[in-house]
Design a protein around this ligand. Structure first.
Ligand SMILES: NC(=O)C1=CN([C@@H]2O[C@H](COP(=O)(O)OP(=O)(O)OC[C@H]3O[C@@H](n4cnc5c(N)ncnc54)[C@H](OP(=O)(O)O)[C@@H]3O)[C@@H](O)[C@H]2O)C=CC1
Ligand SMILES: Nc1nc(=O)c2c([nH]1)NC[C@@H]1CN(c3ccc(C(=O)N[C@@H](CCC(=O)O)C(=O)O)cc3)C=[N+]21
Length: 288
């Protein structure tokens, strides 16, 4: 039996339609959600992601501002710009595209963003609220994964979820969102011994490593749900995930492709967080 393929673009479109309605309602109250995107240096992939994010904003009627800087920008100059955007009422979200040049400390940068505008969900305040299961901005990729499972009616409670990768922006927060939904969570990383012994027990695997063909058919349980966050290039220069898709799809229950899986959800959740921030700001203003 071959797996059903989870269509990330279709699910992303479904959530974007919902956002459209919310944005319309905000506009009737005189509020236009606004996102500021800061990009430092000339990393090709970063430029292409930023372009996709801005296009998605304009399609939905979210105001977006792009701040492009040379890689020679100093950390103080960047922090100054963030502080300025923190004060601007028409900006509800601030995103500093990662990675940043070597001489800029990403932790300092993230901590300078006002938690009320942290639409990436990377600020320690957002992380702390997530870990304690409070409402906040959740990191876009893990949130996108949860929304995909929700749309597909895939049960999470009581399930064994194995997360591959423990980065602060994907792996780690993904584990917490699953824990908040009452899953049993295992993390694997570069120091894990015998990773296959864990993945073989997983009801759901979320792979966020960045290595093509990390997971093959022998590494999974029949019928497992496979969520592939990885974005890699294979030998032919084509985009691929961490999972050997052709092989694994014959054994899995459900599987996300790359491209067209988690990626479009990540961008949609950035829009979702921006709209949520605009709603919160509007409500707070109304309540004085
Ligand atoms: N589709 C999307 O929307 C997005 C996709 N991505 C993609 O997801 C992938 C992960 O991104 P990110 O979290 O930022 O990457 P990082 O490089 O920050 O983290 C990679 C993680 O994988 C672990 N790892 C490395 N090698 C192995 C291995 N052989 N076995 C098991 N674990 C291993 C590392 O372990 P250790 O901690 O020990 O070093 C680390 O925790 C990348 O391909 C990235 O391009 C990222 C963001 C969004
Ligand atoms: N501050 C910050 N926030 C981020 O959210 C952030 C970041 N920095 N740095 C880089 C990563 C990566 N990331 C992706 C977003 C969309 C796709 C995406 O839409 N991918 C498409 C295809 C893309 C293509 O064709 O090149 C897909 O998978 O179908 C992928 C990856 C966000 N990131």
């Amino acid at each position: 039996m071959s797996a059903s393929i989870i269509d990330g673009k279709l699910i992303a479109d479904h959530y974007r339609q919902q956002l459209k309605t919310q944005i319309q309602q905000l506009k009737e109250q005189g509020v236009v959600p606004g996102l500021a995107v800061i990009l430092v240096g000339d990393n090709h992939a970063s430029h292409s992601y930023v372009k996709m994010k801005r296009k998605a904003c304009s399609n939905l009627g979210i105001h977006s501002e792009l701040y492009l800087y040379e890689s020679t920008l100093t950390q103080e100059e960047l922090l100054g710009k963030i502080r300025e955007l923190n004060e601007q009422d028409h900006i509800h979200g601030i995103l500093v595209q990662l990675p940043l040049p070597e001489h800029i400390n990403p932790i300092t940068v993230i901590e300078t963003i006002s938690p009320s505008k942290d639409v990436d969900g990377f600020h320690p305040v957002s992380i702390g609220k997530m870990v304690t299961n409070q409402d906040t901005f959740y990191s876009c990729t893990p949130l996108g994964v949860m929304k995909m499972l929700e749309y597909e009616n895939i049960p999470v409670e009581g399930k064994h979820v194995v997360i591959l990768g423990r980065s602060n922006i994907v792996g780690k927060p993904a584990g917490h969102l699953f824990l908040n939904r009452n899953a049993t969570v295992t993390y694997c990383h570069s120091k894990t011994d015998n990773m296959s012994s864990f993945t073989q027990q997983a009801d759901i695997i979320v792979s966020a490593v960045g290595k093509a063909n990390l997971i093959g058919a022998r590494d999974i349980k029949p019928g497992a749900v496979i969520i592939d966050v990885g974005m890699n290039r294979n030998e032919d220069g084509k985009l691929c995930g961490d999972v050997n898709f052709e092989e694994v799809k014959e054994k899995a229950g459900k599987i996300t492709p790359v491209p067209g899986g988690v990626g479009p959800m990540t961008i949609t959740m950035l829009l979702y967080n921006t709209v949520k921030s605009a709603e919160w700001a509007h409500r707070n203003r109304q309540n004085g």
